[in-house]
Design a protein around this ligand. Structure first.
Ligand SMILES: *Cc1c(COP(=O)(O)O)cnc(C)c1O
Length: 426
């Protein structure tokens, strides 16, 4: 292990592998989110320090100087030179996420910076992608301009058949903005047939809701801005690498070192403060996500029930509710959907309202839901989606559920729909 941090107290906490060995099993997600970074503790302070330095002192002893080019990027534990490469805050944030996501993690300045780095690294000639987050399409457009990268339609069999070995099948699930899921096993089989990589944007279902590695993902991407940050106050992107691809094998270089090296040059690292906030946020990830998922399931269940019953304001104004919990497969415990999301559905869903005017006005009638874009924070948000995404139905309202009491959210929606109904009465 290469280190230049001898002036600090040596780290003394157990790493995740040591903890697993000591307990004879892997610790729970909740425990790992608190302790997976213990091994990086170099100070007696219980709360993690924030290092703001961009640069780090080399060892004073000339015999201990190891030039950067001689450092193995797979084993650089305590080796710090310059914070565009990494900082103690990144190390800690990535250590926790590597444990939670089940594969080594490289973090980026934003979700889109992570998506960009992923496509640049895999360097496909073609990417099959469906709808989903519009910004990812924007990156593919830039790459098309630069090198002719072709964008194919994920749900078009003729398009999929055009994929060649080394190309990418990119699946976002659950999908923005509807919160509906896609079958990862199905796309893994396609990727195997065609010799393609399967990359998964799993932003809408963070741990413990879904583990795309169980379904054969090569890289799992997250916009950490959403649930990992969880408080609407930091930008972050995350790539987790399937463990058997991360380190060098059979003469092939490992993806971990490759992505780290390219990140150093692309420059899209997370800031020190964002990583520090990210660590604070990850401590409560499991608590927040379970609560948000549970709240969303209750609200969607209630809305769907109102529509079935009829003769009420929900049935009058909501044309359609879209969420993975309402997909037909959700009712079958043996379906791909139940296997893929065994611990609950994502906290985002969409409502298609009676008209564009209803969608434009509903947010102004709500007291608890803020009218804003983004998702994943502790506060519930609602967005007339046309505000930020020109590709969706203009009568669509996207809802991101927070950690409030679900009955309060229900009553807020009910009151809002009632007021709207009065206002637009014809
Ligand atoms: C927000 C989001 C992104 C982009 O992430 P940023 O952190 O905003 O760059 C990508 N994919 C999905 C599904 C998202 O929700």
């Amino acid at each position: 292990m290469v280190s230049n941090s001898k002036i600090e107290k040596k780290a003394d906490g157990a790493n995740p592998d040591q903890l697993t060995a000591a307990f004879g099993r892997q610790l729970s997600l909740a425990s790992r989110s608190i302790h997976a970074d213990d091994y990086t503790n170099t100070h007696v302070a219980v709360a993690p320090p924030m290092h703001v330095s961009t640069t780090y002192r080399y060892p004073r002893n000339p015999d201990e100087l190891v030039p950067w080019s001689d450092v193995d990027p797979n084993d650089w534990e305590d080796f710090y030179i310059y914070s565009r490469e990494k900082s103690p805050n990144t190390t800690r944030y990535e250590a926790i996420l590597s444990s939670l996501l089940g594969g080594p993690v490289v973090s980026y300045a934003s979700g889109l910076a992570a998506f960009h780095a992923m496509i640049v690294f895999l360097n496909p000639k073609r990417v099959a992608i469906g709808g989903g987050y519009h910004g990812c399409h924007g990156i593919l457009k830039i790459l098309k301009k630069l090198n002719g990268l072709e964008q194919l339609e994920l749900e078009d069999e003729a398009d999929l058949a055009r994929l060649q070995p080394g190309d990418v099948i990119h699946v976002e699930t659950p999908l923005n903005p509807t919160g509906e899921a896609r079958d990862l096993d199905h796309y893994r089989r396609k990727a195997d047939e065609l010799g393609c990589y399967l990359t998964v944007d799993a932003t809408f279902a963070p741990p413990p809701l879904q583990d795309p590695f169980r379904h054969g993902a090569d890289i799992v991407m997250h916009s950490g801005t959403k649930y990992f940050g969880g408080h609407s106050d930091l930008l972050s992107g995350v790539l987790a690498i399937r463990p058997d691809r991360a380190l060098p094998r059979d003469g092939r270089p490992g993806w971990l070192a490759g992505l780290r090296e390219e990140r150093l040059h692309l420059g899209g690292v997370m800031g020190n403060f964002e990583c520090w906030l990210g660590v604070r946020s990850l401590r409560t990830l499991e608590l927040r996500v379970r609560r948000q998922s549970d709240n969303a399931a209750r609200l969607v269940g209630w809305l769907a029930e109102q529509r079935r019953a009829g003769g009420n304001v929900v049935a009058d104004l909501v044309r359609q509710i879209r969420h993975s919990s309402l997909q037909p497969e959700a009712a079958d415990p043996d379906s791909w959907l139940s296997r893929q999301m065994p611990n609950g559905h994502g906290p985002v869903f969409s409502l298609l309202l009676k008209s564009e005017e209803h969608a434009r006005r509903l947010p102004s009638k709500l007291s608890l839901f803020h009218h804003a874009t983004s998702l994943g924070g502790v506060e519930s948000l609602v967005e007339w989606r046309a505000m930020s995404d020109s590709s969706v139905d203009r009568s669509l309202v996207r809802v991101s559920i927070g950690v409030e009491g679900w009955e309060d959210l229900r009553d807020d929606l009910l009151r809002g729909l009632q007021t709207l109904s009065e206002e637009l009465k014809d």
